[in-house]
Each structure stands twice: as C-alpha cells, then as structure tokens.
Design a binder for this molecule. Structure first.
Ligand code: BQF
Length: 296
C-alpha cells in the first residue's frame, strides 16, 4: 500500500478562506475586528519563526495582531504585568504567550494569569477543565487541528482505536481528551503511550489511527504501525542539513518514507499538523471576539 497524503496545508487553506469571509461579516455587520496579542520573550530561533507565522496568518485573514517582544532576561513580574494589561485591553480578544519561556519564569503562573475568556491557546486550567468535561470554550490549537484534519479528510474517528505516542499537556493529553469525548468527530477508544510504555510497538500496532507527538525525530518506524492505519505526525523537529541554506530541515516524529508504504493515509512534515495549529489559533481568536460581543 502507499498512503494517501493528508495535506494540512490544503485543509488549513480551506478553513482560512471560510474564516476570512466570516471576519468580513463581523466587520460590516458588527464593526468588529478580532485582535490577537502575541507575546514573545527572548529570541529562541524556532519561537521567532512561530510568532512571525502567527502574525502573518492573522493579517492575511483580517485579524489585528499586536506583537510584544520582551528581552530574554525579562522578570516574571514584568511579564505578569503585561498579561494583566492585555487582559484589560478591549481591542485584544485573544492573548498568546509563546512557549517555551526562559527558565526564570514559571510558565504555569503566566498561563494562570491569562483571563480564561482570552485564552486562545486553551492552556488555562479553567479551559482544560471545560475541555475535559466536554463543554469547551477554547480547545488547544494543535489537538483541535488534529481532530479537524481527521474529520475533513474523511477519516472515521467514531469507534476507532486511536493510539497516541506522547503525553504532553500541549498535545498528547488534550488530544486524548478531545477524541475520547462522546461527540461527533470523536467517540474513539483512546490509548496514550509514552517513554515508559512496555512493548511499545505492540501497543502502537493496535491503532487504527496513530498520533505521533513524542518530540523525537523519526521515532515511529514501520514496524510500529498497523497495515492500513491512518498516521498523524505532530512532530516539528529541526535536524541538521548541510545541503539546506538554513543549515537544518524539519522532520516529524514519523519515519515518513517507511511508514508511507504501510499506512492508508499519513500527514507530512512540513505542511501537515503545523499549518492546522495556526488555523485553529485564528479560529479561537474569532471565537473570543464573538464571545465578548455576544455574537452567535
Ligand atoms: C509546517 C511548536 C514545538 C514547541 C512549540 C507550520 C508551524 C510549524 C510547522 C508553527 C509549534 C509547531 C508552534 C509548519 C507553531 C507548529 O508547515 O509544517 C507552522 O508555526 N507551529 C508553536 O507556536 O510552538 C511550538 C512546536
């Protein structure tokens, strides 16, 4: 078998075209332009690229973006004060603090400071709880993007066995919470495995749908994948590539060439989950603006 490619680029483009029209209507009917504040502390090269990506994507569909760049040695107190200011700013509907933060800053303290109604990353414990009980306000962008990719590429999630490799708060745990929910595009049987899982290939082989989110380049090999499985690669890893002018290339958590020969469908890196993550951030920002103005 050779797998169908699930293009995140293509699905993201479709969704952004829909959102662009929705934003034009918000502007003409309600005089409302959604606004996103993006906060970057320090100059981690990958983070700089992600923030630029997010700003550019906002502008392309008509969302205002406000960038706040702080030096790497910013104190926790200073950052918390900025979040408070953004919490009170009426033109800011969504607040995104780019992770990871420098080590002098307690990430959880900062995420807890963002008012839950502007928490477009969905990382505040209030929103995590709402997600877990199946009554979400904002779903976290990468897990929600993975679900949308599955739905929009015609993969039947209901009743399927989803195996997730990785248990982070950003991807593994929330994607499990979303796909196990009694709901359309969910209703899966979910298994989470990780670095301490015994006989990992035997467990990942059980997946009708296999989601790789472990953060190790090309970790998932063909022998870990069931014949005909759907494979979603969440990994975004920079690996050295001297033939590339940038000196690196992006690879996922899946050995793409080998697994492609065994899967029925597979998402690539780049151009897979990454663009969907950004798309769901735009979706959440529009949602935040509508919530504030009581627009259905
Ligand atoms: C693509 C992220 C790890 C840690 C913190 C498009 C992105 C990436 C790849 C992107 C990511 C990864 C983001 C592609 C945002 C996804 O074409 O394949 C977009 O910008 N991402 C982030 O903000 O923080 C991270 C990964």
């Amino acid at each position: 078998m050779t797998a169908k490619i699930i293009s995140g680029n293509k699905i993201a483009e479709e969704m952004r075209a829909e959102m662009k029209i929705e934003i034009e209507q918000l502007k003409s009917k309600h005089n409302l332009v959604p606004g996103l504040a993006v906060v970057l502390v320090g100059e981690n090269p990958a983070s700089v690229v992600y923030v630029r990506n997010k700003k550019k994507s906002c502008e392309e569909i008509g969302i205002n973006s406000y960038e706040h760049k702080l030096p790497a040695d910013t104190s926790e107190e200073k950052l918390l004060a900025l979040v408070d200011k953004l919490n009170a700013d009426d033109s800011v509907h969504g607040i995104l603090v780019q992770l990871p933060l420098p080590k002098q800053i307690d990430e959880n303290k900062v995420l807890n400071k963002i008012i839950p109604t502007k928490d477009v990353d969905g990382f505040h414990p209030f929103n995590v709880g709402r997600m877990l009980v199946g009554d979400p306000i904002f779903l976290p962008c990468t897990p929600h993007g993975v679900q949308q990719m599955l739905i929009r590429s015609g993969v039947k999630v209901e009743g399927s066995h989803v195996v997730i490799v990785g248990r982070s708060n950003i991807v593994g745990k929330p994607v499990a919470a979303i796909l196990v929910q009694k709901a359309k595009g969910a209703d899966a049987t979910v298994t989470i495995c990780h670095s301490r899982t015994k006989n990992l290939p035997a467990v990942t082989q059980l997946g009708d749908i296999l989601i790789a989110a472990i953060g190790v380049p090309e970790f998932v090999k063909a022998d870990m994948v069931r014949e005909g499985a759907v494979v979603i690669d969440v990994g975004v890893n920079r690996v050295e590539d001297k033939t590339n002018p940038k000196g690196f290339k992006l690879v996922g958590d899946v050995d793409f060439e080998a697994v492609k020969a065994k899967a029925s469908a597979i998402s690539p890196v780049p151009g897979g989950v990454g663009p969907m993550t950004i798309t769901m951030l735009l979706h959440n920002t529009i949602r935040a603006a509508k919530l504030k103005h009581n627009i259905a």
